[in-house]
Design a protein around this ligand. Sequence first.
Ligand SMILES: C[S@@+](CC[C@H](N)C(=O)[O-])C[C@H]1O[C@@H](n2cnc3c(N)ncnc32)[C@H](O)[C@@H]1O
Length: 248
Amino acid sequence: MSRATTFGTRADAYDRLRPGPAPEALDHVVPPGSRRVADLAAGTGLVTRAVLGRADAPVVVAVEPDPRMLARLAVTTPGALPVRGLAEAIPLASGALDAVLASSAWHWFDPPTATAEIARVLRPGGALGLLWSRADPTVDWVAEVRGIGRAAADGSARLSRRGFDVELPPGHGFVDELPQAVTVRWARIMTRDDVAGMVCTYSGVLELPAADQEAVHRAARKYLDRTFPGDEALEVPFETVVRRWTRS
Ligand SMILES: C[S@@+](CC[C@H](N)C(=O)[O-])C[C@H]1O[C@@H](n2cnc3c(N)ncnc32)[C@H](O)[C@@H]1O
């Protein structure tokens, strides 16, 4: 099993515990008047649902290679058009889309091939939006509890290695509209158990044997019990970071 296909082993937990985007973050990546949008690497539909929930929602094609994630998306995200496909081979017509989104996924793509494909399916003037949503790592306890998962994995979370400073390969006519990225901070209430579960939805943990995944869950839970004695419900700080390019 490759790391990119670990999420499907826990698609239900992924969908329940991982964050969708802050709704206002989508204002930066879904151009007004968009009629047709693709959510690439749509997973279980966290971003697809958020786009479908917008006023004057466009049609959203959810492109995802893992059938287990797509099966979950079909249940959780009525109204989406689920399609099996890769960022490097998007099964959509050329020039068909007003926007392409990819959330917490760019690091899984082959940038030259995916960029060429995204340029092909976007209409001129269409937008590419990259998003990353995660518990806010600048908050000490969040960093500590995520660190438990990272330490049990190999410590090489791909996001922290490759970050948000994406540079698209040249030659495809993309103009970088938000080089500094926009960060939207928000929060949601979660139980301690769900926070420990969320730590276990990252690929480095998901590829461990089941017993080791359970050990990560127990260690995260223990840390949270110690840090927040008595508080079952926690206000968890999140951030959604967005970048946007326009295809000329
Ligand atoms: C961390 S999940 C993100 C899912 C969703 N976008 C979200 O924000 O919750 C990464 C997803 O990328 C998908 N993926 C991995 N490699 C891919 C590729 N080359 N093209 C498209 N999707 C890919 C995985 O199957 C998985 O569903």
